[in-house]
Write a protein that binds this ligand. Structure first.
Ligand SMILES: *[C@@H]1O[C@H](CO)[C@@H](O)[C@H](O)[C@H]1NC(C)=O
Ligand SMILES: *[C@@H]1O[C@H](CO)[C@@H](O)[C@H](O)[C@H]1NC(C)=O
Ligand SMILES: *[C@@H]1O[C@H](CO)[C@@H](O)[C@H](O)[C@H]1NC(C)=O
Ligand SMILES: *[C@@H]1O[C@H](CO)[C@@H](O)[C@H](O)[C@H]1NC(C)=O
Ligand SMILES: *[C@@H]1O[C@H](CO)[C@@H](O)[C@H](O)[C@H]1NC(C)=O
Length: 358
């Protein structure tokens, strides 16, 4: 049984039910000296905290176990299910998800800072692809990470183009389909992204599936929102990196087709596929039956455009919403490029992340 003071010390700095900035700064530093419960101010803090929790708990629907900070809480996160996690983080029927393994934690944190700036971090659910990530995120930010077993082999899951990476990304449509079947809107993001503005106003109309083009060719500002015509390989180059889905039959159909396409064209040494072609074939094959919506290029440019054409960036200044650090591989190169463009927010703004310093 932990003592109350160890509870206080280990208590994550940002609780999901509260505005972290409303708490006294005393609680926002993890390097603070322990507060003794025997001191007068310690007692006062303790009492106010108990009143605070007592008032809020009945309203949050937060599972009680989140307040136990013992070793056994680790095994409880192990049993935390996707339906529980989604119902805990969703706001207004919507969740924002990403899928992350341990090496991507710095990118997760960078992405979260940018989302916190748009005040949408409260509905972020991290789908952890290994137990280390599950425990780390939930330790800092209880309830915001879930692991859908079985965890992929983390040693082999990281190299772009490898079979491990393919296996890892292949789980994505299954997670998304499950969330749709639970009845939620879901936005998926890769974590090598940075939000510069709020994307939600761009999800206009009542379409079923929203996505962005991964083509770097500059389009007119008033380009069509339809699925673009197929490119050289007979298919489109829609990015599987940023997708918004409403829980409709059409959106579920696209996810089912995506899963089928991944199974029909499994990874091979020759092709070194990732999950994106399968997503594009799924869109191609369901286009007549589903209401699809291509988001504007100026707001959601591919990294192949944003990082490579400064003329275009200047011309479209003020219109960019989400920047994707793709068209480059390797953690170090991505970080270097984010730094060069002032988008590696971890350096100076880490405390803006709900995870704090990792
Ligand atoms: C909640 O969702 C509805 C429908 O999707 C939307 O119109 C509304 O603006 C959302 N409200 C908030 C506070 O996000
Ligand atoms: C990927 O998945 C396939 C099929 O489930 C499995 O046979 C293979 O061992 C996995 N490979 C890696 C590297 O994870
Ligand atoms: C975009 O604007 C141009 C010039 O005003 C016009 O000719 C074109 O038809 C427009 N395209 C679309 C898709 O609306
Ligand atoms: C689907 O792909 C085929 C083959 O490239 C193409 O002929 C067809 O126009 C595509 N359909 C749609 C809706 O993009
Ligand atoms: C870069 O952007 C400018 C301005 O939009 C455009 O005219 C030009 O074609 C682009 N260059 C390349 C290489 O795509």
């Amino acid at each position: 049984m932990p003592t109350m003071s160890s509870f206080l010390q280990k208590r994550p700095t940002h609780h999901p039910f509260s505005n972290p900035y409303a708490l006294s700064p005393r609680f926002s530093s993890s390097s603070q000296r322990p507060i003794s419960i025997f001191s007068r101010s310690g007692l006062i803090i303790l009492l106010s905290l108990m009143v605070f929790l007592g008032l809020l708990l009945p309203w949050t629907g937060m599972p009680q176990f989140m307040f136990q900070n013992t070793a056994s809480s680790l095994s409880k996160w192990r049993d935390y299910t996707l339906p529980e996690a989604v119902s805990f983080v969703a706001k207004n029927g919507t969740v924002i998800v990403c899928a992350v393994s341990q090496p991507y934690l710095p990118f997760l944190n960078n992405w979260l800072i940018s989302i916190a700036r748009q005040k949408h971090h409260d509905k972020v659910l991290v789908i952890a692809e290994d137990y280390a990530t599950l425990y780390k995120v939930n330790e800092k930010w209880p309830g915001h990470a879930v692991l859908v077993p079985p965890a992929p082999d983390s040693q082999t899951a990281h190299k772009f183009g490898s079979q491990g990476f393919f296996n890892f990304t292949s789980r994505r449509p299954q997670h998304l389909l499950h969330i749709l079947e639970l009845g939620y809107n879901v936005m998926y993001n890769d974590v090598d992204m940075v939000w510069l503005a709020d994307p939600f106003p761009y999800l206009e109309g009542n379409h079923e599936v929203y996505f962005t083009d991964d083509m770097a060719v500059v389009k007119p500002l008033n380009h069509s929102h339809d699925l673009p015509p197929p490119g050289k390989k007979g298919r489109t180059y829609i990015c599987s990196c940023m997708i918004f889905l409403r829980p409709t039959d059409g959106a579920k159909l696209v996810m089912k087709k995506w899963i089928e396409e991944l199974q029909a064209q499994p990874w091979s040494k020759a092709k070194k596929a990732n999950d994106q072609p399968a997503f594009n074939w799924a869109l191609n094959k369901t286009a007549g039956q589903v209401d699809l919506y291509l988001l504007p290029q100026a707001a959601f440019p591919t990294g192949g455009l944003y990082f490579k054409n400064q003329t275009w960036v200047q011309e479209t200044k003020g219109t960019h919403v989400i920047i994707h650090n793709n068209y480059i591989t390797g953690f170090e190169k991505k970080i270097k490029r984010f730094r060069e463009f002032g988008l590696w927010l971890l350096d100076d703004h880490v405390l803006e992340s709900p995870l704090g310093r990792l």
